[in-house]
Design a protein around this ligand. Sequence first.
Ligand code: AQP
Length: 351
Amino acid sequence: KPLVFSGVQPTGNLHLGNYLGAIRRFVMLQDSHDCMYCVVDLHALTIAPDPVELMKATREVTAAFLAAGIDAKKHIVFNQSRVMQHAELAWVFNCVARMGWLNRMTQFKEKAGKDRENASAGLFVYPSLMAADILVYRATHVPVGDDQKQHLELTRDIAQKFNNDYSNRIADLGVGVEMMSGEEKVNGFFPLTEPLIEGPAPRVMSLRDGLKKMSKSDPSDLSRINLTDDAETISKKIRKAKTDPEGLPSEADGLKGRPEAENLVVLYAALAETSKDQVLAEFGGQQFSAFKPALADLAVAKLAPIATEMRRISADTAYIDSVLKDGGERAGKLAETTMKTVREIIGLVSS
Ligand code: AQP
């Protein structure tokens, strides 16, 4: 089975974007793939979270994974910092990646803001650590939201440069596998990872601004639906969601240039597991005052069971920690297998 890896940062309230763009897809891939789902706490350090909040958020993301339906026995659920090979390989990749590549990362530019001199160096090399997360397991498929596309392209670039820089050594040691690199057949050690940016909602937008993605760090709580919001809060946020004065069109084409309207239709379609056209066939011609309550009811119906389960699981910290420990031990063995070979490839004496 192909190996899937993906991670979520423990940096605040998980929201509907994280759920539809990532976590729900993690659940769907479980039957067809071997999966590793990671709470990336080392990534969270790039924004210096409060230590107690970081621990709490790490357990909360784990609870969300389990509540959404990830099977931690069949697959692997763990927190990144337990497997130090992630950090070790990230260092190697810092030496493979070029400054110019990292300089082009739009997420760094957005997160660092204007005061770039004051951003942490960790935030700058974030994509090297992300590449290490994936490649330390030589994972081939990575389900993520659309915002991570650029980081995954960088992951491929790093893998390709590593394979290229060390091609002779990889061949001498006989540790390569044959793979296609563009048109060319090469013998590489790291796979060229495929991003899985699919599904009906790869980019869920803010409820307050249809041009901004729904995000944990948006100062307005009204901009997002948190997985832990109660029914009343969800209804209020959808009622207050920004829209334009027109009603719903009867075809998806009519949503062009109307990002807020489109976002609400996308949300309905994703939650109902149907298409935008289907939603518009049902609601076309109606006003948002009629559509919003229907969307709120649907969101509550889909999210309430997850929130209830998250609360139940979150109450048992010992259980959550045992899941992470067990997952970390299993992940650590796999990561060490890769790192043993990487050390040999690059020339680190470790015997
Ligand atoms: N709005 C979104 N729509 C679809 N997918 C999304 N993801 C995040 N926002 C959306 C996907 O969720 C996964 C986990 O995200 P993360 O926590 O690792 O990183 P992030 O992108 O930094 O998340 P946020 O919520 O947007 O946080 P901030 O506010 O810190 O920027 C990823 O697969 C991501 O694509």
